[in-house]
Write a protein that binds this ligand. Structure first.
Ligand code: A3P
Length: 346
């Protein structure tokens, strides 16, 4: 009998303990997310000191964030959209490239900032003639709902290399902020190849080796007709953009550092976008299984990028790597000179 009573008491204590721990975790989660919901300032000028944000009651913002989440799930009503002054805004910043530079990681990480709202899909408005012909209202309708003080960001890496895009973006907004994330050009080219190779393998198709594509079999020189090589000549593409936008409207992100140490890169972007610094160490943690940094929104919600980000690259003949690096070298020097950002690329 005594034993039974003791067991019952232990059970009760266990339930009470679990409830207490649960409540504590909930409180910590709320405080964590409240901390991220500081007021925000609008984009004004490049690299100006972060503006003192207009005071917005934290509780209101917290509620609004929840509403945005419901909207994304399609659960918010038209009345709620009207009441809370929610809008679909054209992007005030675009990640224009470079493909395989880390564009998805950059977008997702920026989305940790309470003032940033991302367009989840690549819209391909400016590089696809059919989409472009649908007009700017079609583009706006592709944007997520946001509060007027927030900024919308989209990414479509094809923009960087498509000839018509700079003029088209200029016509939409000549003062838009443009983000370009780059990696060491040869590594980027191999990453590009790996993505295409995986696509072929999925369809049970065979594909050439990287070496065969990157080097012209007749001349033994670098094959500049190969798209993965051409995309990595960053300066050539940038020069086309500079016919429309001054260099101050671009910010170059180091994609190699975004992999190994993302926070400083994100802080530079926050400054460029004139946003108060809100992304912190708390929001980024290294996941050893994944081999990459993952994102922590609060104690409950965290996520890593999909498995298609961070593929294992095939081994490439070192002499081909050396040839490519030598080929890219002068273009890289020009890129550093134009952008004012220097990398330790070989
Ligand atoms: P690899 O697959 O070559 O490793 P994009 O989004 O522009 O296609 O770029 C993909 C690249 O983002 C990946 O290239 C990967 O290295 C890089 N990346 C940067 N940060 C990452 C992260 N936190 N998780 C996964 N991949 C990341």
């Amino acid at each position: 009998m005594l034993f039974k009573q003791q067991a019952l008491l232990r059970q009760k204590l266990f339930v009470l303990g679990s409830l207490a721990i649960g409540s504590l975790l909930y409180l910590v989660a709320r405080v964590g997310s409240l901390d991220r919901l500081q007021p925000i300032c609008p984009i004004d000028s490049r690299l100006g000191p972060p503006h003192l944000p207009e005071q917005i009651p934290l509780r209101t913002l917290q509620y609004k964030r929840g509403l945005l989440h419901e909207l994304r799930k399609g659960n918010a009503t038209k009345e709620q959209i009207r009441l809370h002054n929610l809008v679909q805004q054209l992007p005030r910043a675009i990640i224009i490239g470079v493909r395989k530079g880390g564009t998805r990681a950059l977008l997702e990480m920026l989305n940790l900032h309470p003032a940033v709202v991302k367009a989840s899909q690549e819209i391909h408005f400016f590089d696809n003639d059919q989409n472009y012909a649908r007009g700017i209202d079609w583009y706006r309708e592709k944007m997520p709902f946001s509060f007027p003080h927030q900024i919308t960001i989209e990414k479509s890496p094809a923009y960087f290399i498509t000839e018509e895009v700079p003029e088209r973006i200029f016509k939409m907004n000549s003062s838009i902020k443009l983000l370009i994330i780059v990696r060491e050009p040869t590594t980027r080219a191999v990453s590009d190849y790996t993505q295409v190779l995986e696509g072929k393998e999925r369809k049970n198709k065979t594909y050439h080796k990287f070496e065969k594509l990157a080097i012209d079999g007749n001349t033994c020189e670098v094959n500049t007709k190969y798209k993965a090589v051409r995309t990595s000549i960053y300066t050539k593409h940038l020069e086309r953009w500079l016919k429309y936008f001054p260099v101050e409207q671009f910010h170059i992100v180091d994609g190699d550092r975004l992999i190994t140490d993302p926070l400083p890169e994100l802080q530079l972007v926050e400054r460029f976008l004139n946003l108060p610094s809100r992304i912190s160490h708390y929001n980024l943690y290294f996941n050893a299984t994944r081999g990459f940094y993952c994102l922590r929104f609060n104690i409950v919600f965290n996520k890593c990028l999909a498995g298609s980000k961070g593929r294992i690259h095939p081994e490439v003949d070192p002499s081909v790597v050396a040839k490519l690096r030598k080929f890219f070298h002068p273009f890289n020097q020009k890129f550093y000179q134009i952008t004012g950002r220097t990398f330790n690329w070989p």
